[in-house]
Design a binder for this molecule. Structure first.
Ligand SMILES: C[S@@+](CC[C@H](N)C(=O)[O-])C[C@H]1O[C@@H](n2cnc3c(N)ncnc32)[C@H](O)[C@@H]1O
Ligand code: SF4
Length: 362
């Protein structure tokens, strides 16, 4: 099932208990239902201004998950995985021979396999292999500006013109290679004051590069980013709404592009998912290059390299969290979770900025 359709059905169920029942039925029918993200390294070639990797001390000593470790994870977990994101907080192509990791993922995961990348390290030969061997269902390329000036000012060490070459190569390969599996191309655009107005040109850009989906997300900042607070669109609500409305309305005739936007500030409808109905702890795990397994707001719940994944799934800690949530104790467990405010209450400043707002304006 298309991942966006699945998500929209999931969002329509409002009770946590019912969502858990739905997930259990899915599991009992031997359908994969996990959503797993794996970072095989903790590195990046860029230092984007809004990313924690640009902070002094943001870079820790390098840690790469070996292919053997990845394969043992894949055997244990990927057969149960419906959505596999092969990158989350770092740059996947910083892992040497990353294509071999993708091949292993495809071997064990029958679900939707995606990567999110800045795109700048992808070689044409890699694109050809991904398409020829049907290795991925989706590539998300992060692009936070549609001009060299804006893009290069955000994606430090990146180069807009190089990225255009990668997009061109992807487009060409997609038209050349006749594959029975479609490679979905998505753009991630992190919204902030300096780049929002450039979105006016997004539909021409998207049709030029055959983009299937555009995901617009607000920049979220922790307290270390006081210098960027004034760029948060929480402080430019009218401008943000005006541009997002144009982007949603302005699709080119015949365009099949999916546009995913955050809610408008002027929208008074409720949020999609709230903490009292969230069931992430039943299916959503993030796995890091040192083997640690993290569960949304609960942090590390184990290390698959030390203990295997099954013992983490059976752990007392995981059971206690799930039981507590089913008993309605979400205020205790989830009060400072920002993953769900992300989905997204735009009227709550903590969806944008976590911590002290003292210095937000110039
Ligand atoms: C952390 S990156 C890792 C993957 C890859 N290096 C990339 O840039 O796509 C994943 C996504 O997070 C976004 N991102 C980074 N910092 C962010 C922030 N402060 N708020 C919201 N999104 C952010 C990036 O723009 C990117 O689309
Ligand atoms: S490319 Fe991705 S991981 Fe690297 S600094 Fe930028 S947002 Fe962060």
């Amino acid at each position: 099932m298309n991942r966006y359709l699945y998500r929209s059905i999931y969002n329509k169920i409002k009770s946590r208990a019912l969502r858990v029942v739905a997930i259990k039925i899915y599991g009992a029918l031997k359908q994969p239902y996990y959503r797993i993200s794996v970072d095989t390294n903790n590195l990046c070639n860029l230092k984007c201004v809004m990313c924690s990797l640009s902070l002094p001390g943001g870079k820790s000593s390098s840690q790469i998950m070996s292919l053997t470790q990845f394969e043992s994870l894949a055997k244990e977990v990927f057969p149960k995985t419906r959505i596999l994101d092969l990158s989350c907080g770092f740059e996947p192509f910083m892992t040497k021979n990353f294509i071999d990791y993708i091949r292993v993922a495809r071997k064990f995961c029958q679900g939707h396999i995606a990567i999110c990348t800045n795109g700048l390290l992808i070689k044409e030969s890699t694109i050809d292999r991904i398409l020829n061997e049907n290795l991925l269902d989706e590539i998300t390329i992060s692009i936070d500006g549609l001009s060299p000036e804006t893009y290069n000012s955000i994606r430090i060490n990146g180069n807009f013109r190089d990225l255009l070459q990668v997009l061109e190569a992807l487009k060409e390969a997609k038209t050349k290679i006749k594959s029975n599996r479609k490679l979905f191309l998505r753009l991630n655009y992190t919204l902030m004051r300096r780049n929002i107005e450039e979105l006016i040109g997004i539909h021409d850009f998207a049709s030029k590069y055959s983009i299937d989906c555009l995901q617009l997300r607000h920049m979220r900042l922790t307290s270390e980013f006081t210098h960027l607070f004034s760029e948060s669109l929480y402080f430019h609500q009218e401008l943000s709404d005006r541009i997002l409305k144009i982007v949603c309305k302005d699709k080119r005739p015949g365009s099949k592009i999916t546009i995913m936007t955050p809610p408008l500030f002027s929208d008074t409808k409720g949020v999609l998912t709230t903490k009292n109905s969230c069931v992430y702890p039943w299916f959503n795990f993030s796995i890091f290059s040192d083997g640690s397994v993290k569960l949304c707001n609960f942090g590390k719940i184990g290390n698959f390299i030390d203990s295997g994944f099954k013992s983490i799934e059976a752990s007392a800690r995981l059971k206690e969290i799930r039981q507590g949530l089913l008993q309605g104790k979400y205020k205790k467990y989830c009060h400072d979770c920002h993953r769900i405010t992300d989905v997204m209450d735009v009227h709550d400043v903590s969806s944008f900025i976590q911590g002290d707002l003292g210095l937000r304006y110039d």
